[in-house]
Design a protein around this ligand. Structure first.
Ligand code: PMP
Length: 385
């Protein structure tokens, strides 16, 4: 039992109380087995069912087409930063016989980290755009006319972007897929996965750490185009100077073994399944998207009312619906946070790298919680304007 929290943490984040209550029962005795969901073997029938059920519910909710495959891996988003270049370059090499070069779109600190890892691993990525270099800060997405897209894309192994920059509060309204014909598109959706409807068929690969919108830390969800699961031999990859992927993170191996090449955290996957089932019961992604849009609209409107108190650094057209970032006058952060704490509004402190405030409005954050936050924002705004 708990009182519904008003928690705006960026990740790990709030989970629906009903999911946690069911999970608590299933942790002790799963489906009458007399064992918990975290105790059964990932190779047992019940363990396999957890994976199958979660994949099925995810595919239904997101309308994943037959051309794509869902799988799970440990290692978080950060492991994805390393696993994407090695895996996607192997797929590209199978098709073209070349190593190629990936292209990165940098719109915040997570895509920057991903590009740096591709560089560190020797893939020499092309930086299509770095919004900090264009605007002097992360807070916008430069018009696509300002991007340096290679004229000849035949050597581009994949294009990578982060759909929602969790730290900087920048979200793509639409990615310009049409500017990269024939190139596989990879998206990090760690902080807005299942917050809205998407057309999966447009992506070569989607990755999302579970610990924001869909579950606990410990599992990362991947959706991959099946045609990308063909690789050259290890010898051929080495000859092409493509580093091999550590075996537990090699996509075709993980897929072939139904996400259980090594021990998959079944209990953590099960929680994702419970979240998916609840989303479906509540009207699916169309409904969730509507609620998320409403929450973001209300909070931005409350903050915009007091421009002398709240500074919103992100351009309006690319404001994130998931992570609302704002700063206050120097020295007043703790006043705001302490007053919020008194109203039982928690988790509002911004990321340590940028400071200020951040209210994360993930799926589990209710409209009621957001209304309480808006009331508080307006009260603080009117007292300090
Ligand atoms: N990508 C995004 C968009 C994120 O928000 C985060 C974590 N906040 C990561 C990647 C890194 O995830 P992890 O901590 O699971 O490695």
């Amino acid at each position: 039992e708990r009182t519904e929290p008003n928690y705006f943490g960026a990740g790990p984040a709030l989970l629906p109380t009903s999911v946690l209550q069911q999970a608590a029962k299933d942790m002790i005795n799963f489906q009458g087995l007399g064992l918990g969901a975290g105790e059964i073997s990932h190779r047992s029938a019940a363990g396999g069912n957890i994976i199958e059920s979660t994949k099925k519910h995810l595919a239904e909710l997101l309308d994943v087409p037959d051309t794509h495959e869902v799988f799970f891996m440990q290692g978080g988003g950060t492991t994805g930063f390393s696993a994407v270049p090695t895996n996607l370059s192997a797929s590209f090499a199978k098709k073209t016989g070349k190593k190629g070069k990936p292209a990165y779109v940098i719109t915040g600190s997570w895509s920057k980290k991903a590009a740096e890892e591709a560089q560190r691993l020797g893939f020499d990525p092309e930086i299509v755009v770095d919004s900090k270099k264009v605007d002097g800060k992360f807070g916008g997405i430069p018009a696509v006319e300002k991007w340096s897209i290679p004229a000849d894309l035949s050597n581009t192994s994949y294009v990578y972007f982060c759909d929602n920059e969790t730290v900087n509060g920048v979200e793509f309204p639409d990615f310009p897929f049409d500017k990269f014909p024939g190139v596989e598109i990879v998206a990090d959706m760690s902080s807005n996965f299942l917050s809205k409807k998407i057309d999966v068929s447009k992506y070569g690969c989607i990755l999302a750490g579970a610990q924001k919108n869909v579950g606990l830390a410990g599992i990362t969800i991947y959706i991959i185009k099946k045609s990308l699961l063909e690789y050259p031999s290890d010898e051929e990859l080495t000859k092409l100077n493509i580093p091999l992927t550590p075996i537990a993170f090699e996509f075709p191996i993980v897929v072939k073994n139904n996400s259980a090449y090594n021990t998959v955290p079944t209990f953590t996957v099960h929680i994702v399944d419970l979240v998916l089932q609840l989303l479906a019961e509540k009207g699916g992604l169309a409904n969730q998207q509507k609620v998320n849009e409403e929450k973001a609209k209300l909070l931005y409107a409350a903050l915009d009312k007091y421009p002398s108190v709240f500074n919103l650094p992100v351009e309006k057209s690319v404001r994130s619906k998931m992570n609302v970032v704002f700063t206050l006058a120097k020295g007043t952060d703790s006043d705001f946070l302490n007053a919020a704490e008194e109203k039982k509004l928690q988790g509002l402190k911004g990321h340590r790298s940028v400071g200020g405030m951040r209210a994360s409005l993930y799926n589990a954050v209710s409209l009621d919680s957001v209304k309480l936050l808006c009331e508080f924002v307006e009260d603080f705004g009117s007292k300090n304007a």
